[in-house]
Design a protein around this ligand. Structure first.
Ligand SMILES: [Zn+2]
Length: 314
């Protein structure tokens, strides 16, 4: 009988729940809203409703994995820091889910899940040592070392978005100044363009769009259409990120950096990140370094979360 894994991808406003087969394909998918005002029982009950229906159908489910945007403590089994869904902070939701189903339940940070998903089903299959970087609203990371996920003492390892890249730099959403996320996330690219419009030096190329409606896809489209300001905004992010990643390459001597998250997987962006990484790291370390796009695209969150089950049973 075919075996299945449940992946729950928790986002700021909604969660996607998927039934993943042994090949890493999603056979069923549901989406539910997550409201900031909900308490954790209400949030989790929404997630487990479709899972219960799949169990009732006698589908052979091996385990359940949940990925969330926050620091997941492997010792306490709780999320600490989860700004988008405060209801889940410090809540014993893993224990609660274990009581509902006759299978193991795992949870982790979403970027760590993405790293594991790539390792089992995507671009990470051919590497034993790599860093996964997710570039989106923020910047996340996950580490695979010696063919295993590296979580560190508490489970937070790889959380690189809030490493300081610029001393006394821009104020970050976390309260610190100069985090890499403030310089290289998709949000920072959009902000750079909006800033140019506000200051009046970007005019014609963004005349057809309201500043508040600019998203990363629009910036990339404009760059492809020849807008130099858009190219510069993207290139600036690639430079900060590449310089930062060069330090990690020197520290860990990894085989690859896998870049995931929305439009960040555009080939030209990855090429530029690689260029700046190679500029900042030692040549001996970068001569065989791969900087590649993630292979799991739209459903990376669900597949990554489901992969927690496979990783735990390796
Ligand atoms: Zn920060």
């Amino acid at each position: 009988m075919a075996k299945y894994y449940v992946g729950i991808d928790v986002g700021g406003t909604s969660a996607k729940i998927g039934l993943v087969n042994e090949k890493g394909e999603i056979e069923r998918k549901e989406q539910v809203q997550t409201l900031k005002s909900q308490d954790w029982h209400e949030i989790i009950d929404e997630f487990i409703r479709p899972v219960r229906a799949w169990f009732d159908e006698k589908i052979d489910i091996v385990g359940i994995g949940l990925g969330a945007p926050g620091f997941f403590n492997k010792n306490t089994g709780c999320l600490h820091n989860c700004e988008n869904i405060p209801g889940l902070i410090n809540a014993p939701f893993v224990e609660y889910m274990k009581q509902q189903f006759p299978v193991p339940v795992y949870a982790d940070n979403d970027a760590t899940c993405a790293a594991i998903g790539e390792h089992i089903f995507g671009a990470g299959r051919k590497y034993t040592d790599y860093l996964m970087v997710t570039v989106g609203t923020g910047i996340g990371g996950g580490l695979i070392l010696n063919d295993k996920v590296y979580r560190g003492r508490d489970g937070y390892a790889g959380e690189l978005g809030h490493v300081i890249a610029v001393p006394d730099g821009k104020r970050c959403t976390c309260g610190n100044k100069g985090c890499i996320e403030s310089y290289a996330s998709a949000t920072s690219i959009i902000e750079r363009v909006r800033d140019g419009i506000k200051k009046g030096y970007i005019t014609k190329s963004y005349a057809d769009v309201k500043p508040e409606e600019i998203n990363a896809k629009i910036v990339w489209d404009k760059a492809r259409a020849g807008c130099q300001y858009s190219k510069d905004a993207i290139d600036s992010a690639a430079r900060y990120l590449g310089m930062f990643l060069g330090g990690i390459v020197n520290l860990l001597n990894i085989q690859a950096i896998i870049i995931g998250g929305g439009v960040a997987v555009e080939a030209d962006f990855i090429e530029r990140i690689k260029y700046f990484t190679c500029q900042s790291a030692w040549h001996t370390f970068t001569q065989n370094l791969d900087v590649v796009a993630a292979e799991l695209k739209n459903n990376a969150g669900i597949i990554g979360a489901a992969s927690l089950v496979l990783e735990a049973q390796k």
